[in-house]
Design a protein around this ligand. Sequence first.
Ligand code: NI
Length: 135
Amino acid sequence: MRIGVSLPENLLNKFDEIIQQRGYSSRSEGVRDAIRNYIVNFEWMSDVEGERVGVITILYDHAQRGLEDSLTEIQHDFGSTIKSSLHIHLDQDICLEVVVLRGEGDEVRKAAEKMMTLKGVKHVKLTTTSLGKEL
Ligand code: NI
């Protein structure tokens, strides 16, 4: 199947730089690999269950209209699961937020997913660990 996608120029340039460094034979091969990784990550997130401690790392453009309000709103919605958060103004445009959660894996995952889909969010990473009781 062939698809057409619109991307910001700097994103595509960065992608091309990486696929060249990694030695992919074509951009298409790099895109296929990126999509596979995206799917694996999604499936991994779907498997997050049981009592969990999670850390969500969010990089975002603070000039994006309404984004900080949306992030705050989500954090209030998950107020009983979120234990702490840390905000760092990385440079003129970019903010880093680190959110620590403890609760049902399902809730931890939902919080991360809500943040991922907001416009202006550059990167969201979720890591989780069990409390180790069953180890
Ligand atoms: Ni900031």
